[in-house]
Ligand binder design. Structure first.
Ligand code: SF4
Length: 178
């Protein structure tokens, strides 16, 4: 008891060791908008919280409300913020023209337009309504799509809707088992 009393007296005499600067520190996510998302990397489907301020993503972390990951992320998922914001992120495409001998740098929009045009041309040229045995198929076997693990659930949903139901592409696959 005596020791406790002495300690209380002593602690009461020590000045508060927290500086004003430290007292003013706030989490950088304070006041940010929060969106719930899914880690783009693998089929475990860990839930993430994406914090943004003024339209810019400022932090991504595990969602502790998720029954899958309970607020945790593996090292790959924990690097999602870097995946989005790294200055090393490639934002243009490399294009090599038919019979060309060098790669050219082109804007992403240019590539998207070109791919869309090629898909339409190929589908128009190879769309089958009825197979040789008379079955109605409404399909094209001339185009395939292979997705990757950084596609999220929403993107895979749209890919399946557009490519299978919309365009009649049969070969729609993904390297990740989502
Ligand atoms: S955090 Fe790791 S385990 Fe979870 S979905 Fe992402 S890559 Fe998979």
């Amino acid at each position: 008891m005596r020791l406790l009393k002495l300690l209380k007296q002593h602690v009461g005499m020590v000045p508060n060791p927290i500086s004003d600067a430290t007292r003013e520190i706030r989490a950088r996510t304070r006041g940010a908008d929060v969106s719930i998302s899914v880690c783009p990397y693998c089929a475990v489907g860990c839930s993430q919280l994406v914090y943004s301020k003024n339209g810019r993503v400022i932090n991504i972390e595990g969602n502790d409300a998720s029954p899958i990951n309970g607020g945790t992320l593996c090292p790959k998922g924990a690097a999602t913020f870097g995946l989005l914001t790294s200055p090393a992120r490639v934002t243009t495409v490399k294009y090599r023209a038919p019979y060309g001998d060098r790669w050219e740098e082109r804007p992403l929009e240019w590539a998207m337009e070109r791919i869309a045009q090629r898909v339409k041309e190929t589908r128009d040229a190879h769309f089958e309504e009825i197979a040789v045995d008379g079955t109605i198929v409404n399909r094209t076997l001339a185009i395939g799509h292979l997705g990757g693990a950084t596609l999220d659930n929403e993107e895979n949903y749209l890919i399946k809707k557009l490519f299978t139901a919309g365009l009649g592409i049969v070969a729609v696959e993904n390297q990740a088992r989502i």
